[in-house]
Design a protein around this ligand. Structure first.
Ligand SMILES: [Zn+2]
Length: 287
């Protein structure tokens, strides 16, 4: 009997890594350890316990099942204090879930849910924001962009010496401009929408985009479940300036080799060059 090990895939995107497991209907969790977040929690793999923030896109169990476990394990390991940013309409049900687990286990672990709606932002740490935007999947469902907020010296002051800058600061002159640099955009589960209209998404260094279905006869499934089909990608990706486009949430109904082949026929070369699948060959290709 062959037992396949459970392993997370890891991709490096310059200064940070994306580490995860994402298969439609089964489990979806992607960690950005250097940015201290998990995009969805899946069943909460051990590695997810190290990040302090869970950004939950929606309540489907393959994305959310491990949330109570995340708080319980962190508590158990003496590492309490995690925060989950969740669609606002889920705060009540999730609190009730924690209470129910408390009745089962005899103890409710410390936990913190922050309800978010489209347009809300939350400071992950100084200079790093999580911004929520609405998605087309379930009522209240969200995507998240992680935005690095930098202060850049205004152009007219670029030639000045250190002491001159200090002097201006003393006089109360505003010498910097705020520059938003989106690092990662995560669309969660979603039917097609005009995401390239959102600057945080279109200019993100890395885009995590679901593409659940690839086969022609899976079109109906894609529409019914509000998911993306490969035929949607050309339009959704038009205008995206992202350096890396990472496809997640592929169904097991299509093997990766044919998904890659279909993808190659569907997209222009300049887009294909930027595309990667999160899940590597050994996880789902050999079904
Ligand atoms: Zn879903």
């Amino acid at each position: 009997m062959l037992i396949r090990p459970y392993r997370l895939s890891q991709l490096s995107v310059g200064d940070f890594n994306l580490v995860g497991y994402s298969v439609a209907g089964e489990e979806s969790v992607i960690l950005a350890p250097e940015l201290d977040v998990a995009f969805d929690i899946g069943k909460c793999p051990r590695e997810a316990l190290t990040v302090n923030h869970v950004l939950l896109s929606h309540g489907h169990m393959d994305h959310s099942a491990g949330l109570a476990y995340y708080f319980a394990q962190r508590d158990f390991q003496g590492n309490e204090g995690g925060t989950a940013l969740v669609p606002k309409n889920l705060v009540g049900p999730l609190e009730r879930l924690m209470t129910a687990w408390g009745a089962v286990e005899g103890h409710i672990p410390p936990h913190r849910f922050v309800g978010m709606v489209s347009g809300d932002e939350y400071e992950i740490r100084r200079g790093l924001l999580a911004r929520a935007f609405g998605t087309n999947h379930l009522p209240g469902s969200l995507g998240f962009a992680l935005v690095d907020v930098r202060q850049k010296l205004k152009e007219q002051f670029l030639g000045l010496s250190g002491p001159e800058i200090v002097e201006l600061k003393k006089q109360g002159v505003e010498i910097t401009n705020r520059v938003d640099v989106p690092l990662v955009a995560f669309l969660g589960d979603t039917a097609p929408a005009n995401y390239s209209d959102l600057p945080d998404v279109a200019n993100a260094k890395a885009l995590l985009i679901e593409c659940t279905f690839f086969d022609t006869d899976h079109m109906r499934r894609a529409r019914a479940g509000k998911h993306m089909h490969v035929v949607d990608l050309p339009r959704v990706l038009e205008g995206m300036a992202c350096e890396r486009i990472i496809i997640i949430h592929v169904t097991r109904r299509t093997n990766m080799a044919s998904a890659r082949k279909i993808l190659r026929k569907s997209l222009p070369k300049d887009v294909l060059e930027r595309i990667t699948f999160l899940m590597s060959r050994q996880h789902i290709e050999d079904d």
